[in-house]
Design a protein around this ligand. Sequence first.
Ligand code: NAD
Length: 491
Amino acid sequence: MSPVYMEVAGAAVSPHHYIDGQRVAASTDFELRSPIDQAVLGRISEGSPADVDAALGAAQRAFAAWSALTAAERLPLLERFADEIGRRAEAFCQLESRDAGVLLSRMRHGVVPRAMQNITWFARHALTLQDRRIDTEQAHHRVHHDPAGVVAVITPWNAPLMLSTWKLGPALAAGNTCVLKPPEWAPLTCSLLADAAHAAGLPPGVLNVVQGSGAVTGAALVRDARLARISFTGSVPTAKAIAHAAAANLVPCSLELGGKSPFIVLADADLDAAAATAALMYRNAGQVCLAGTRLLVHESVAGRFVAAMRGCVERLVIGDPRDPATEVGPIIHPRQVERVLGYIERARGAGARVLWGGERHPFGVQYVQPTLLTDVAQDAEIVQNEVFGPVLTLQTFASDDEAVALANGTDYGLGGVCYGEPSHAIALAERVRTGFIWINSFGIRDLAAPFGGIKRSGVGREGGDWSFEFFCDVKDVIVPNQPFRASFSAR
Ligand code: NAD
């Protein structure tokens, strides 16, 4: 059994669960390795159904007092939670770089500040949700956003800290208590999050963290009738399993899933800007749900666009994510490497031409070269399926109608990118069926804005008011304007 705290990348982190304000070791555990060099980082507790039961029990007991606080009373506690994340900033950076392979520079400048903001922004926004009033001829309505109850938060390995706080922030601010199930391939920053919550003085049971696999721990969590909500980010097959389990208890789910988003380059686009942004799709080794992985380029500019993008890709620095110069790091797990290489191999077998990349990268066994494949049919596996690696496809189009048809021609509908003269790009983007689309830009995410996908890319929206619509029970208290007279014939 692992000690209560172990040292990874110079940081003390617990491999165990955090239940009812205490560290709890499980009777079984699993090995965690770094994607950078396959070094063993430690052994992590594997949550049994009994551990999940204990976490849900703690969350349920804590709910009465936490939900009874006003948003204003919860605010200072949640601000302290964010402060405690900030006090551990370097540990969060080192841990997620080591266990998930995320760039250390991105952790420092992007992820950790955003994680803190995810907690404080929603805690402050919750203040605006108190008692909305609606006055009609008949009655005065007081509309409350009541906390829903115990929430399960389940997150993937490509952005564990960012995605966990993105869900915990509004769930806790709304007055819910939470059980977080971190990703088994990158669980360390979620564990450290529990330490931050503890140091901030969040009451025991308000936030619980149960480590473990999806098949055992996750499955035990989502089938439990004590849940009021499930907020999940991950893959489509897992979402179907979760929705199926949740349906047995009619538990509402928010599902943020994969993508195969179009990256459209119109003939009137700034090609250098478009090419530089397209190269960004290799960020995090392409393990980014919202990446525009299908390059759709007007045939008249395709040659110039590819040449400009080739220049950007050749300059990418691939290496150890802890090196400040590195721009592209490793793939999370040997299984994911095989999956990515398998997609490339099958695409080649089906006639795709490799414009660059296509092989393992010599930096390490879990590195794959940034890859661009062309001569791909719209119904080809490589165009239809999410690879979740540094692999893009290139298709050309002759008209806006054709661009829209290609863009909309998959089962996914998460995001998109459109480069072109602004009014032209906006007009085209309006016809693309996705949850969001960036014009002449990529990756701008404001917490006040809705985020989520359509079709296979998800169910529901989180962000801003949409998070609270999901994490709350909306209740209308109706007070008639006139004395009420009971009558069977009245409306
Ligand atoms: P995954 O679906 O395999 O796992 C996600 C989480 O679900 C993990 O914590 C896992 O342990 C858990 N899980 C697995 N089976 C479960 C079950 N039966 N019951 C309950 N929990 C279970 O996804 P992944 O491979 O970790 O992540 C990659 C996927 O996530 C990609 O498809 C990517 O597009 C998607 N993703 C989407 C977004 C978004 O916001 N739309 C963001 C990031 C990643």
